[in-house]
Design a protein around this ligand. Structure first.
Ligand SMILES: Nc1ncnc2c1ncn2[C@@H]1O[C@H](COP(=O)(O)OP(=O)(O)OP(=O)(O)O)[C@@H](O)[C@H]1O
Length: 388
């Protein structure tokens, strides 16, 4: 646990970068500092590894004041990743990653072996080990930056806008891999960004800073979206707050119906009275949507509209499911299990009935729980003998 106790930083020119900030960053979790430019996020981050000394207050790691530790020794247990990766241009990728192991006087072979293993972990092909940073894309360089920070397996990682310098697609990939990595590693991470969407996606807790170094709110992202502390936070979060809250509502408790799911071997007459039916194959994989009123004979021969987007029942959020419902010709979201077999469907009203303000879940737990599988379908999932 990293604890800020009444931390103030006033620079000699009178600028107050942090104003009496108290906050806890729990062990094994991602705490994101977000806020307006000049809000003191970077300053706050740097008080943790003593790159900045507070004017008042203290920063504690597991109860011990960081000022009681020598900066060099302190920093060996704290990985640091910055924007543009900050790689040494004249060193190869493997030697960049092995920077701290070399400082710790590991032998070269062991340090490089660790570097290669880390390259795989962060999604880099180890064949790039002998390249120089300029021979890598921006996204690849950021991965090297993350690998370098992880090299000595520090329990704490400080990350200052690590994904800000790459395009949105690469950025989303880096974020996803970062969450996957964290689900394995459970580091105590403090992550600075000016992007509220990134904060909400990555943070187990999100701390919002306002100009003048004031900490305005610290909460789980779903609570931040649902209950912004004041107009500043509400304005900072921006639009579509309601829809974005659905990104935290889970589909695990959703009752999916099998009423509109029919095997390809079933006859259109069996589905009489239904507007649209989802036709599935013998493995209950979705084939497409049919209109029974327009068809005669087996649904296998029906004209099918594309299935479109599906959601993983119990794994994807209500927001993903709602998106699938809106895009479906039938207005129904198709829930599938991990094998891609249809569990059932849900309409927009069913999806909106899912509670969104349940107990806050921590992202790391959720990622670890994810393969838990699909829920029991409420009804017999496929009529007409699918899978028989
Ligand atoms: N060495 C310094 N001397 C004087 N003022 C400083 C110094 N470093 C930072 N500041 C000021 O402290 C305030 C907080 O800066 P900080 O970099 O922590 O903000 P930030 O929230 O990280 O901003 P950004 O998102 O723009 O990076 C700013 O007003 C900045 O100009």
């Amino acid at each position: 646990m990293i604890t800020f106790e009444g931390v103030t930083k006033r620079y000699p020119d009178g600028t107050v970068a942090l104003d009496d900030v108290s906050l806890e960053c729990p062990t094994g979790r991602i705490t994101v500092f977000v806020g307006t430019s000049g809000g003191g996020k970077t300053t706050a981050l740097r008080t943790i590894n003593r790159m900045v000394e507070p004017t008042a207050g203290r920063v504690l790691i597991d109860g011990g004041d960081v000022r009681e530790r020598k900066p060099a020794e302190l920093r060996r247990g704290i990985g640091y990743v910055i924007q543009h990766a900050g790689l040494f241009p004249h060193r190869t990728i493997e030697d960049n990653i092995a920077t701290v192991p070399y400082l710790l006087r590991w032998n070269k072979k062991k340090a490089r072996a660790a570097a290669h293993e880390l390259m795989e972990r962060v999604g880099l092909d180890p064949s790039m080990a002998r390249r120089y940073p300029f021979q890598l894309s921006g996204g690849q360089q950021q991965r090297v930056g993350v690998a370098r920070a992880l090299a000595a397996d520090p329990p704490i990682m400080l990350m200052d806008e690590p994904f800000s310098a790459v395009d949105p697609v690469v950025r989303a990939e880096l974020q996803d891999e970062f969450l996957r990595l964290q689900a394995e590693l459970h580091k105590t991470i403090v992550f600075v960004t000016h992007d509220i969407d990134e904060a909400i996606k990555l943070g187990d807790r999100v701390a919002v800073f306002q100009t003048g170094g004031k900490l305005v709110q610290v909460d789980a992202p779903e609570d931040l979206l649902a209950h912004p502390a004041d107009d500043f936070v509400a304005g900072f979060i921006g639009q579509n707050r309601g829809i974005r809250t659905l990104g935290f509502a889970e589909t695990g408790g959703l009752r999916l119906s099998g009423d509109a799911v029919f095997a390809a071997s079933a006859d259109a007459a069996d589905a009489a009275g239904l507007d649209w039916v989802l036709v599935v194959d013998a493995d209950r994989r979705p084939l497409g949507w049919a209109r029974p009123a327009d068809e005669t004979g087996p649904l296998a021969e029906a004209r099918l509209a594309p299935v479109g987007a599906t959601f993983r029942a119990g794994a994807d959020s209500v927001r993903v499911a709602l998106d699938a419902a809106v895009l479906s010709p039938a207005g129904l979201a198709v829930g599938v299990d991990e094998a891609g077999a249809v569990v059932g469907t849900a309409g927009g009203a069913d999806l909106l009935a899912v509670p969104t303000h349940g107990p806050a879940h921590h992202r790391a737990d959720r990622a670890a729980d994810r393969p838990a599988g699909a829920p029991e379908p409420a009804d017999a999932p496929a009529k007409g003998g699918a899978g028989d």
